[in-house]
Write a protein that binds this ligand. Sequence first.
Ligand SMILES: N[C@@H](CCC(=O)N[C@@H](CS)C(=O)NCC(=O)O)C(=O)O
Length: 247
Amino acid sequence: MALFTFDGSNAGLTARLMLDHKGIDYRYVNLLPAAHALAVRALGFPGWTVPALKVGGRRVQGTRNISRALDELWPEPLLFPSARRDAVEEAERWGEDVQNAARRLFYCAARRDRSAFASMTEGTHTLPARLWLRAAAPLIVWLAGSVHAATDSAGRDALAALPSVLDTIDAWIEEGLLDGSELNAADFQIAPNVRPMLFFEDLAAFIEARPAGRFARRVVPEYPGHVRRVLPDEWLEPLRAASEGRS
Ligand SMILES: N[C@@H](CCC(=O)N[C@@H](CS)C(=O)NCC(=O)O)C(=O)O
């Protein structure tokens, strides 16, 4: 079995965490970002995205397809516990929107901080690959930002929605849907999208001390990357207003 992804991918991390949670042995294939889209097509997957999982003769692509395939093939421990299946499915689907928001915010920031992209993606690559990633970062950031519609206006909208996203996560933690003793598919979908926001100098202070921040660190203890303080000050206004309202 092989998981195709790239270091730094939030969606790829969701798949890794679910495989690790089930204690499954697999080959981790760390593709080069940007080239990954062509690679997965060449490997016979129908779409252009990672994570992509080859298991037996099957090709399963996308975090939500992977979570279901894993429960089907290795039922223990269940990612969708029978007692809360509907709620976990709905939270997992919602978490995919947070995945998009996190990615858009990252590309908006990476257009302004030239070192951000390599800091997140160079991971375990060889030195030549890391040098290439650093050199090609502006092009890849532009390309990926276009593919994922990471315009400045989308980034600003993502920040405006962030206080309510964090409130929802906090509420789900409080009611036990997330962050329980046994983690589920929604935990693995949501935490890898909040966790990278903690390495944004602009955002960490708004998230760190909240239940959502502690939860993200519990599920994803390490997430390499760093984004300097580069987001326009006025974009942060909704976060400031929400945090004043809470104190
Ligand atoms: N929402 C999907 C999409 C995953 C996705 O967009 N992955 C990114 C990397 S984090 C990607 O492969 N983008 C390349 C592209 O869209 O061409 C999922 O959860 O699997």
